[in-house]
Design a protein around this ligand. Structure first.
Ligand SMILES: Nc1ncnc2c1ncn2[C@@H]1O[C@H](COP(=O)(O)OP(=O)(O)OP(=O)(O)O)[C@@H](O)[C@H]1O
Ligand SMILES: [Mg+2]
Length: 306
């Protein structure tokens, strides 16, 4: 585990302890079945400038954690706390969390026919510019009152599209409508690049990407890393961590973080599967030891099964 999990950012500067995302004893259930806790007490801290990878078998609760942190209305927090930037995050609506600088890249992004990528991102950017308390002195539609001019927006968009090696025509297309799996993931990263969050939760951003796209997306993420940005990188596969180096790797299983370690933990998972680590944690695993070594399809996209 690296030094900068202890209160200083990756740049070594002393960080404000309030700027750490602190999750304590978080218990979460779906609203549809509130007695069934998917997350059964998550403890996790992510500081500015830190990259934390979360790995875990299918159904272990990774997406539920991402949704709970972002305030998805289909989940109910049964216990625990989440604080960040001096706020009780659990008291904030999803849009306030986003205005505060939290960002979620979806595992399964949704299509919004009729809404162009450019309009969508511009609206989000404008909303974020006003801040969590909707500063009345800032009018995002007015360049004199702190808004971004259309020209500057287009310039920024062009630069970020280039960073992610996306065709400029994407900006005019409808959000995720007819996008390939890889294009959807790139659009998530484009949103992140444009919104410049301080906490990014990336849920399986590598899934569905072929190896070249994976490299491009990972380079894009690396280019976005900065001492103010904390990253929760949810992934099944070690291969993403070949490109984005995590400070800490956590294993999530059966709704709990059962082990945390360095990058070597991900390598161990790749070679041994989850079985031995789950057994060490006293859990009876229902996954075979070689679970991670699954054959890839011809496009190196989604694995056949885990
Ligand atoms: N809204 C919901 N209603 C009922 N059950 C849910 C709901 N959301 C998640 N679950 C269940 O909670 C468990 C964890 O789901 P989750 O999507 O968080 O897993 P995951 O770790 O992200 O899996 P994967 O690796 O397949 O993406 C699963 O058994 C899932 O069916
Ligand atoms: Mg998931």
């Amino acid at each position: 585990m690296s030094d900068h999990t202890n209160g200083s950012g990756a740049n070594g500067a002393a960080a404000n302890p309030d700027d750490r995302l602190v999750i304590r004893g978080l218990r979460v259930a779906p609203i549809a079945s509130p007695e069934h806790e998917i997350l059964q007490g998550i403890d996790l801290e992510v500081g500015p400038g830190e990259v934390h990878a979360i790995m875990g078998p299918n159904g272990s609760g990774k997406t539920t954690l991402a949704y709970a942190l972002m305030g998805h209305p289909a989940y109910i927090v049964k216990g625990g706390s989440v604080t960040w930037r001096g706020r009780d995050i659990l008291k904030l609506s999803a849009d306030k969390r986003a205005r505060l600088g939290m960002f979620l890249a979806f595992q399964y992004p949704t299509a919004i026919p009729g809404l162009s990528v450019a309009s969508f991102i511009r609206s989000a950017l404008n909303a974020k510019l006003q801040g969590i308390d909707k500063n009345p002195d800032i009018d995002p539609t007015d360049t004199i009152k702190g808004g971004v001019s259309m020209m500057d927006f287009r310039k920024k968009m062009r630069a970020k599209l280039a960073l992610l090696k996306m065709d400029e025509a994407f900006a005019a297309r409808y959000v995720n409508e007819g996008f390939s799996g890889g294009e959807k993931k790139r659009l998530e990263m484009l949103q992140m690049a444009m919104l410049e969050p301080q906490m990014a939760i990336l849920d399986e951003t590598d899934s569905g990407l072929d190896i070249d796209a994976l490299r491009v997306v990972a380079e894009g993420v690396n280019a976005m890393l900065n001492p103010e940005l904390g990253v929760l990188l949810i992934t099944h596969y070690q291969r993403l961590l070949n490109y984005i180096t995590p400070d800490v790797v956590h294993v999530l299983a059966q709704g709990r973080i059962v082990k945390s370690g360095g990058k070597d933990l991900a390598l161990r998972l790749e070679s041994e599967g989850y079985g031995p680590i789950l057994r060490e944690a006293g859990l009876a695993p229902d996954v075979p030891d070689e679970a991670l070594l699954v054959p890839m399809g011809p496009d190196l996209g989604e694995p056949a099964a885990v």
